[in-house]
Design a protein around this ligand. Structure first.
Ligand code: NAG
Length: 462
């Protein structure tokens, strides 16, 4: 519990930080003068600009609507009406994001990337977003902070998109069927899906069944796209297939899913909320949305009102904090027997790979996600994460340095694992995305094989 004094102090600090942080102010604390207008965000609650005008008066901080963070925000009416993301307290950096993470690095990170995951699309989307806001992705703080934010983003998105080879969630649409009338998908239950050849034996919309996954019917615009059950296409030739534009399953670099998230991303990235509501498949086809939804999530998404964003967590030095925002409920901690224990392994491996490619000095910390530090330690010591060996040694060396003693040489570090070796790790690519399901035995067997191999490697090192 905070005492009264503490909360007064805390609110002073908050005001102080908000003033320092950014000219774009997410309360209306300093929204006086010239072209500044305190306006309401109707995508959060029904609120009018007039309701928000009281926030300019003193002593209204704890009164609705001023008491709800971000419900009223300060708009400079000489600029387009883009509500800014939550602010970090960092200064804008000099270096352009795509001068840090180059095309060459992208090619090494994503040797098998498919459309829409293009490097040019990534850079254009970053520049488009950074043009609009004072808070800038991959362009705040020191160069090292910029690199660290890149590495964290790349680690998460490489994992989420199966190394940029999947634009749509595999179970829902591993293979599209393209005909003159459009693109169709064959949604599948895990038990009927052959992960080896990515084929669905029995479609979820076969025999007149309704499909309504990822549709929360309680939320409606502006809080969520209108959605409802859908069925197979009414055409003899297209039996067992559904129109992907009727479902909000996982798509894009961070696997945007659910009708509530599609509308929020659309409000930021598209001209209107309706764009991604009526055409969610754009996230799987257009670079602007495939990358943009991940960037939206990174900068804007907060699981609860008082939580932080991935962007702020990365700048503050926490990889664990960013994972907690993305998948805290399932991975912080992960059920040791479930799919997510394995998901953490691939996430960590991809993070280590990205950190090496981008060339950070050290990994961000694993605080903020329960169990992640020990998952990292276990992953390295059991040989699951060979790409992390050097990073692990660096973190150990730092902890063990004694000022009076010259640190003993660590011995040779592992021979660098060639980066392309994991590109052929088919078990990583075929890992299923669905959060509720268990992994197939086949995958487990292949994993066992790679553990054995890696333990041999590691034992040579140790
Ligand atoms: C990256 O890969 C693409 C596609 O293979 C190629 O066209 C491009 O020249 C490569 N860029 C660099 C800098 O290696």
């Amino acid at each position: 519990m905070m005492t009264a004094n503490h909360s007064i102090l805390a609110s002073f600090l908050l005001v102080f930080i908000l003033c320092l942080g950014s000219a774009q102010d997410l309360s209306c604390e300093n929204c006086r003068g010239g072209n500044l207008k305190c306006i309401g965000d109707t995508t959060l609650q029904s609120v009018t600009d007039e309701d928000c005008s009281i926030c300019l008066k003193s002593g209204t901080k704890w009164t609705w609507p001023c008491s709800v963070e971000g419900l009223c925000w300060c708009w400079d009416s000489t600029k387009p009406k883009f509500k800014p993301p939550p602010a970090s307290q960092y200064e804008e950096a000099e270096m352009r994001p795509c001068d840090i993470f180059t095309e060459e690095m992208f090619n090494v990170t994503a040797p098998n990337a498919i459309h829409p995951y293009t490097y040019q699309g990534l850079c254009e989307t970053i520049d488009m977003i950074n043009e609009r806001y004072d808070e800038k992705i991959f362009k705040m703080g020191t160069l090292e902070q910029q690199k660290n934010e890149w590495a964290a983003f790349l680690g998460h998105t490489t994992h989420e998109s199966a190394q940029y080879t999947a634009a749509r969630e595999a179970l829902m649409c591993a293979r599209t069927v393209e005909v003159a009338s459009g693109t169709y998908c064959r949604p599948c239950a895990n038990d009927n899906f052959d992960w080896e050849d990515r084929y669905c034996e029995i479609s979820l919309v076969a025999n007149g069944q309704y499909f309504e996954q990822y549709c929360d019917k309680i939320v409606t615009p502006p809080h969520g796209c209108v959605c409802g059950p859908t069925t197979e296409v009414d055409n003899e030739e297209l039996k067992g297939l559904m129109n992907p534009n009727f479902a909000y399953f996982g798509r894009g670099a961070i696997q945007l899913s659910w009708n509530a998230n599609y509308i929020k991303a659309s409000q930021v990235l598209a001209e209107s909320a309706d764009t991604l509501c009526s055409q969610p498949d754009l996230v799987a086809t257009e670079p602007k949305y495939a990358w943009g939804t991940a960037i939206w999530f990174w900068l804007f998404h907060k699981p609860t009102a008082d939580a932080s964003t991935c962007h702020i967590q990365s700048l503050e030095g926490s990889f664990g904090g960013s994972l907690n925002v993305i998948n805290g409920g399932l991975e912080c901690p992960a059920d040791p027997m479930g799919y997510h224990a394995e998901a953490i392994v691939t996430r960590l491996r991809y993070y280590c790979i990205a950190a090496t490619i981008v060339g950070v000095q050290r990994l961000l910390d694993f605080e903020g996600c329960e169990g992640l530090s020990s998952a990292f330690e276990e992953c390295v010591t059991t040989g699951y994460c060979p790409e992390c060996n050097d990073w692990y040694l660096i973190s150990k060396t730092e902890l063990e340095v004694e000022p009076t003693v010259v640190p003993a040489p660590e011995g040779p570090t592992s021979p660098p694992v060639p980066f392309r070796s994991w590109a052929d790790d088919s078990w990583m690519n075929s890992i299923q995305r669905s959060d509720s399901s268990v992994r197939t035995r086949k995958v487990a067997l292949i994993t066992m094989g790679s553990i054995l191999l890696s333990s041999v490697l590691l034992s040579v090192v140790l």
